[in-house]
Design a protein around this ligand. Structure first.
Ligand code: GLA
Length: 400
């Protein structure tokens, strides 16, 4: 009995320690969406320089994450080494550099024998790899699911979770098995975030199918990924987040679409991991990624995902409960032409079973702040009307 109590106590302590690493959704950058395998240490250093000086760090971005293809071979004792041509200074020096900018360094591995790009995976080397990452000063691990054959997902992710914990270094654990094994049911106890779909693609409303050696591989546009989150919102919360994949802001969609993508990820309390070239971005892209109001919606300490309220004439209305009795509200135009909806608050009431929060706007008046318009828009005592651009959004903050 005593042993059992001790075990439960130790487990709770461990869980708390991991949870505290991501009390709000992680914010950072990852190399994959823009650069795929074309990465090296200069790119990572320059990205850290950019993040530290372009307003992103000040807005809350922290992690500079290297995705697939950094690997060289294992040495004779089985220790993984970085690719000597692409990362000649080694990972410890790179981590020191990123830390000197006040930022954190993330890395990538895979639970199987090989990564998705066929670099060495961690299967059978979990403890050794975790120790190596900790020795290098790594702060975040994205752990993929290619070449895993018949591995059991819960067991495989738990093995790496335990290995990371044993190092004693706080390392955010990002589970990337694309929602294949319903991670929302078990991953809250194992990692800080878990992917819910296959890979994102920089397109607003499409699904792409590719034939690969993994079979048919679907890439998802922003809207289909968003729709997929509807039933999962009850599983996320401080320390453990649904991950609808990294951002495609600045990677080819229109400015309105990028703004809508960023806004909806904020409404979903998604990790905000930028995926564009931070060294060369347009002022519009930078303004989206650093918008304080949208980021505050994402990072709100209540940690509850938004809910779809209604769709009228292609305009979706979403609400997200915020701390201090506030709400974020979005009008999202799914159509290819502008819409000018009117929202008459006095006839509307939102009720959220996940947070237990509700608001009857006939009874309670809120002040309205238009986040992207950067303007106050009166109160909910009057009906609200605005033009919403094609594939665009209006994001409102409602405060008492
Ligand atoms: C998988 C992941 C992607 C990326 C690639 C790298 O497809 O889902 O996010 O990490 O592997 O090969």
């Amino acid at each position: 009995m005593r042993k059992l109590v001790f075990l439960l106590w130790a487990t709770t302590l461990q869980a708390q320690k991991t949870e505290r690493l991501a009390l709000t959704p992680p914010m950072g950058w990852n190399s994959w969406n823009k650069f795929h395998c074309d990465i090296n240490e200069s790119l990572i250093r320059e990205t850290a320089d950019a993040m530290a000086s372009n307003g992103m760090k000040a807005a809350g971005y922290q992690y500079v994450n290297i995705d697939d293809c950094w690997h060289g071979a294992r040495d004779s004792l089985g220790f993984i080494r970085p690719d000597p041509d692409r990362f000649p200074s080694g990972m410890k020096a790179l981590a020191d550099y990123v830390h000197s900018k006040g930022l954190k360094l993330g890395i990538y591995s895979d639970a199987g024998s090989k990564t998705c790009a066929k670099r060495p995976g961690s299967r059978g080397y979990e403890n050794q790899d975790a120790e190596t990452y900790a020795r290098w000063g790594i702060d975040y691990l994205k752990y993929d699911w290619c070449n895993t054959d018949s591995l059991n997902a819960v067991g495989a992710y738990m093995t790496m979770h335990d290995a990371l914990l044993r190092t004693g270094r706080p390392i955010v654990f990002s589970i990337c098995e694309w929602g294949s094994n319903k991670p929302w049911l078990w991953a809250p106890a194992v990692g800080n975030l878990w992917r819910t779909t296959e890979d994102i693609h920089a397109c607003f409303d499409c699904l792409l199918e590719h034939d690969t050696d993994r079979g048919v591989w679907v890439q998802w546009g922003v809207m289909p990924i968003m729709e997929r989150q509807a039933l999962l919102r009850g599983y996320a919360g401080p320390g453990h987040w649904n991950d609808p994949d990294m951002l495609e802001v600045g990677n080819g969609m229109t400015v309105s679409e990028d703004r809508a993508h960023f806004t909806m990820w904020a409404m979903l309390a998604a990790p905000l991991i930028s995926g564009n070239d931070l060294r060369h971005m347009s002022p519009e892209t930078a303004a989206i990624l650093t918008n304080r109001g949208a980021i505050a919606v994402d990072q709100d300490s209540l940690g509850v995902e938004g809910l779809h309220y209604r769709t009228t004439d292609s305009v979706e209305v979403w609400f997200k409960p915020l701390s201090h009795d506030g709400w974020a509200m979005v009008l999202l135009n799914r159509a290819r032409s502008p819409r000018t909806p009117t929202f008459d608050w006095r006839h509307e009431a939102v009720s959220d079973s996940v947070s237990g929060r509700s608001a009857r706007f006939a009874d309670v008046t809120y002040h309205i702040r238009d986040v992207w318009g950067d303007a106050d828009r009166g109160t909910t005592a009057q009906a609200f009307s605005a033009t919403v651009q094609p594939h665009g959004v209006v994001l409102l903050l409602l405060t008492r």
